[in-house]
Design a protein around this ligand. Structure first.
Ligand SMILES: [Fe+2]
Length: 136
């Protein structure tokens, strides 16, 4: 698996979006540390709240940038965002239904891995827009 670290080559050229992406990478370290210190419950709640905000606020920011630049790949990108929203809502349901910490952590890890993948392969498409200005 690829290293779980944000690097400059993943920059989309938008400071706010890059900052949020860096936070996603940090979640992995946070999660691993919490598990090794036996703080499963606290970290699960913290991360769920982060993800719930991320799939609304952050995705909206990306979608706005893509709309402003008339991005051709918008529909496909937006579709991936919608899938993440479903996954995070499903995670929330499991949490509210008192699923075991192991189940929740496994599910969180899956979502984070997919988000990192999305940052690497889909969000990177935004970089050309920001770099080249309008109508690309
Ligand atoms: Fe995205």
């Amino acid at each position: 698996m690829a290293a779980m670290e944000w690097s400059e080559d993943l920059s989309v050229g938008n400071e706010l979006i890059d900052h949020h992406h860096q936070e996603v990478f940090k979640l992995v370290t946070m999660l691993d540390n919490a598990i090794s210190q036996g703080q499963n419950t606290e970290i699960v709640e913290t991360i769920i709240l982060f993800l719930e905000d991320y799939v609304v606020t952050h995705f909206q920011e990306e979608e706005q940038v893509m709309t402003e630049h008339h991005y051709a790949g918008y529909d496909q990108h937006k579709e991936e965002h919608e899938l993440f929203k479903v996954k995070v809502a499903d995670l929330r349901n499991k949490y509210d239904a008192k699923s075991s910490p192991i189940t929740l952590i496994f599910n969180i890890r899956q979502i984070i891995d997919l988000l990192v993948d999305h940052i690497r392969h889909v969000d990177i498409g935004i970089a050309s827009l920001v770099a080249h200005g309008d109508h690309h």
